[in-house]
Design a protein around this ligand. Structure first.
Ligand code: SF4
Length: 734
């Protein structure tokens, strides 16, 4: 820590969905230190390695400080005024020549709430196109559709405090030790204090497995079968909570379009229909532990072992998951299946009994899911619903007809539309799709096609700014005011603490300036000094109901955030339980009020193989993911010297037996080939993690080794979230 008195102010950490409260120390106009906020209910004073070094991300040598416009293949500096004029006029010209659906915006779960709100209001309300998407489609969409299909309302019913009450934690494909390190330390702390059990159920041995009480490996995609086998065990051992199920659950089968209005496009003909408990029980006969052992590689004994915790009435169980379940061609189904387990046993919406979907990004929940920056969404409801459109239009001060009732493109389709030329203008903010899109080469080539105009707002040069026609320098984190919403429905505010460099400007204000230039001064009436307050207060009107009420700004400024629904001056910790949630109104102990009949749904969901499985030509499974040192694509954390030195480049993690057979040691160059292309990477054997035999793992943070050039862009047909965890690959020495 620097010597002397620093001015310490609170903020949520910018580097993941845990949303730790931090204190930022400012000296002479520079952010020079970070410490965990001891008053934060999230992290109680702790931080991880990214959090502790986060302020260093402001000061990389190549920070973007001036707008750049591409002229004759070269970037030329210009003023912010001119750059914003150009963005606005180019957007107007494109709409005039090609229609409103030829322009689009692609944002992020790192958008603050006001950023996402301004984007949604400009594009959906004022321009009248639903071409609004965010990178959370690539990480959280299956969690959303899981919640919507099972409960009719999004986001976890519980909260982090569940960790202080649960006896057993079952991690479903979730490397929490690296991806949610501060929460994982909370589990370890509970093990020291109370002797809780941690079970890691995964396809790869990681730091989480090493710290767990038991590590159980399954073959990729077979989590669907194992979850069904656990339900089979619960029913056949008489562990069903009969009164809870009778009062609060329905049984259903079939697909569902979730009200996205995309049925005609995606041919969802298999409509949901109610079934009986007996029919569901018969369906599960195909998933006895012994049968599932053959599909999954998990012994019947281990399946029964996991089921026994869920079935034990004296044990409180928390299930935790993140990308392992969401990035899955059946992401919605596997989310439903874990809810089935908790619903059958009635272990839900009580302190310590909690199915909990964790988020990756700091505001995937707060911005993308709650503001609704996805093609089908509005802040309250969906574009397909006339009442929801009228409600949003009134607050936005636009005619209701302005809001198009039809969703347009989800993320993968949006980039395909850019490739085809249906979209000609794309504004990308706070995200790096030229590293993160699956089957990346196709989409990179698309951006370079004649007649496409790309605007990128960011803080450093990236492979995405490389494809931009205009680069707008953005203000980062506490260089501006904003709010994030974390995994536990907690909204947190941060104030502006330091000035952004050069002409850098917040993404919110970039959007406001462009909107005004396009003639929407009436709707974008905000004042530069007070616009965050004005936008947040306007946004709160969309959620002015007991099921989703947001805390007033004054509360967010004072406290370490608040959890919605915020009712009578209090956060709601456990939704759907009448003891804790004032929105429960059916006179019963539980009320799943997201569904019209107040009942949650137990879904019949079969096992289905992955979109692309290993074969003789491509015999390995390829899995991709993150590392603790880097925030997503590393555009910020790779500028933090200590983090860059700790993890300087990507690698391919091999199983030691496979490495021995191929006579490969750590550092040897390996060639990975899929049907999409090839990539060369150094081998890693017995270092960070250990994949199962005939599986490899590659982190995606390294822009110099773009693993997404060779991944597959198959997605869950309900959530449209791609499966980055499974495709077939050939692995050989380079
Ligand atoms: Fe920041 Fe996440 Fe680390 Fe907490 S766990 S300090 S939110 S990166």
């Amino acid at each position: 820590l620097p010597k002397g008195d620093l001015d310490w102010k609170k903020a949520p950490c910018r580097f993941c969905g845990v949303g730790c409260g931090v204190m930022v120390g400012v000296e002479n106009g520079k952010a020079v230190a970070v410490k965990g906020d001891p008053n934060s209910a999230v992290n109680k004073g702790l931080c991880c390695v990214k959090g502790y070094h986060s302020v260093m991300a402001f000061y990389g040598k190549d920070r973007l400080t001036k707008p750049l416009v591409k002229k004759n293949g070269r970037y030329v500096e210009t003023s912010m005024e001119e750059a914003l004029d150009l963005v606005a006029s180019k957007m107007q010209e494109t709409i005039k020549d090609h229609g409103k659906d030829s322009v689009s915006i692609y944002g992020s779960g790192q958008w603050t709430i006001p950023d996402g709100y301004a984007a949604s209001k400009l594009f959906k309300g004022c321009i009248g196109t639903n071409n609004v998407e965010a990178n959370a489609r690539l990480c959280m969409a299956s969690a959303v559709t899981g919640f919507m299909t099972s409960f009719g309302i999004d986001e976890p019913m519980g909260c982090y405090e569940d960790m202080d009450h649960a006896d057993v934690f079952i991690l479903w494909g979730n490397n929490m030790a690296e991806m949610h390190p501060v929460l994982f330390s909370r589990l370890l702390d509970q093990r020291l204090k109370r002797g809780v059990k941690i079970i890691d159920f995964a396809t790869r041995t990681t730091r989480t497995s090493m710290a767990a009480d038991k590590s159980i490996l399954f073959l990729p995609q077979t989590d669907l079968a194992v979850a069904n086998a656990i339900c089979y065990e619960i029913i056949n051992n008489g562990w069903v909570n009969k009164s809870f199920v009778a009062k609060h659950c329905n049984f259903s089968k079939g697909l569902t379009d979730m009200g996205y209005g995309l049925e005609d496009k995606y041919s969802f003909t298999d409509k949901p229909e109610k079934i009986s408990f007996e029919e569901y029980k018969t369906f599960l006969e195909d998933y006895t532990p012994e049968k599932v052992e053959k599909i999954s590689g998990v012994s019947a004994k281990d399946i029964k072992y996991m089921a026994s915790f869920y079935g034990d009435p004296n044990k409180k169980v928390m299930s935790l998951w993140c990308m392992g379940m969401n990035q899955h061609t059946r992401g919605t189904w596997i989310n439903n299946l874990v809810y089935n387990i908790h619903l059958l046993t009635g272990k839900i919406s009580q302190p310590g009994n909690s199915p909990f979907s964790l988020t990756g990004q700091p505001s995937a929940c707060g911005t993308v899911r709650e503001v609704g920056t996805l093609t089908h969404k509005l802040p309250h409801g969906v574009v397909a619903n006339a009442e929801h459109r009228a409600f949003a239009a009134k607050i936005w001060d636009v005619p209701a007809e302005n809001i198009d009732p039809k969703p347009t493109y989800h993320t993968v389709e949006m980039f395909r539309a850019l490739d085809r030329g249906d979209i000609k203008f794309m504004w990308i903010q706070v995200t790096n799709p030229m590293v993160t899109m699956p089957k990346l080469k196709r989409y990179r080539d698309a951006t370079k096609k004649e007649g496409r105009f790309i605007v990128v707002s960011d803080i450093y040069p990236t492979p995405t700014t490389d494809i931009a026609d205009v680069i707008l320098p953005s203000a980062m984190w506490v260089e501006r005011e904003g709010m994030y919403g974390n995994s536990e429905r907690r909204t947190q505010h941060f104030e502006k603490m330091i000035d952004p460099p050069g002409e850098a400007m917040s993404d919110t204000w970039q959007l406001v300036e462009v909107a005004k230039r396009m003639g929407f001064e009436k709707q974008f009436y905000y004042n530069e000094e007070t616009h965050i307050k004005e936008i947040y207060n306007e946004y709160r009107r969309h959620h002015d109901n007991d099921k989703h009420r947001m805390a007033p700004l004054e509360v967010l400024k004072e406290e370490s955030g608040a959890m919605w629904p915020y009712v009578d001056g209090k956060s709601t910790q456990w939704r759907f339980n009448a003891k804790y949630d004032p929105a429960c109104s059916n006179g019963e102990d539980y009320h799943f009020y997201g569904k019209p009949d107040g009942k949650a749904v137990i879904w019949q969901r079969p096992y289905e193989p992955a979109a692309e499985e290993p074969d003789a030509e491509y015999p390995y499974w390829l899995n991709t993911g993150r590392v603790v040192e880097h925030w997503h694509t590393g555009s910020m954390t790779r500028r933090i010297p200590v983090l860059h030195r700790a993890m300087p480049h990507a690698y391919v993690e091999l199983n030691p037996g496979d490495a021995k057979r191929m006579q490969v040691k750590t550092g040897d160059k390996m060639k990975l080939t899929t049907r999409r292309g090839e990539i060369i990477l150094p081998a890693s054997v017995n270092e960070r993690g250990v994949p199962a035999p005939m599986q490899v793992f590659v982190p995606f943070f390294d822009e110099n080794m773009l693993i997404n050039d060779i991944t597959l862009d198959s997605f869950c047909p309900i959530s449209k979230e791609p499966d980055y965890k499974k495709c077939a690959v050939k692995v050989e020495k380079a």
